[in-house]
Design a protein around this ligand. Sequence first.
Ligand code: TPP
Ligand code: SF4
Length: 237
Amino acid sequence: MTTQITWCPGCTNFAILNAVKNIIKGKEKEFAITTGIGCHGKIYDYLDTSGVYCLHGRTLPVAFGIKMARPELKVMAFSGDGDIYAEGISHLIHMFRYDADLTLVVHDNRVFSLTTGQPTPTTEKGFKSKASPQGVKEKPLNPIKLALASGCKFVARASTLHPQQLQEILERAVEHKGFSFVEILQPCIIFHNDSEMIKKKAYKIEKKLPYKEAWEKACEWDYDDGGKIPIGIFYEV
Ligand SMILES: Cc1ncc(C[n+]2csc(CCOP(=O)(O)OP(=O)(O)O)c2C)c(N)n1
Ligand code: SF4
């Protein structure tokens, strides 16, 4: 049973919800989902599938447990950037190594949105908020580089501003045998609206890349100023 939607009107999470709905439509019983805690986690309430609404940062170990117990299910884990790159980072690195057959979907809005906009590991330097009044001092984490360096065999970046491509990437990720990692740029229109910057800088990855070129592409944009933003599948083996 689905519940009343409490995302802000116009929230870019709707693009992810629509893509996932299209993918699982008519096959709801073949899927199980897990989520972290945050705005992203509400996707659990809006999909008609079985699953677990997990503790903050723990979407992956629970998804892994479901996959071990019910290997015939397609398992999708949802997370926010705060959820997986801060609280859940150790699970993520080990999941890259374990290569369990499940898909991680990261709604990366580059802030902790549900708790009103504190910076996360992917927030750019200089970002001011109630929790960082003098601006963020640290260089952001580049999750694409982390995935490639950790041996992940399906590494992709999508964007809610490119919904058709987003759905295609998610479809490929779900079909992939092994762990698939989809980092989605999902601007929070209330606390971190970088939609214009993404629109201006995004371009599509057109061809399959060998590892070295995937790494070079991942380095083009380090979640800070400068650089074009490649969107697509960086690496797939
Ligand atoms: C262990 C723990 N620490 C902190 C919180 C408070 N908390 C709830 S939601 C949230 C922010 C989630 O941010 P993110 O994962 O980026 O998801 P978003 O809301 O941006 O989708 C935090 C810090 C919590 N629920 N549990
Ligand atoms: S706070 Fe941001 S991410 Fe959360 S529902 Fe509103 S627009 Fe969406």
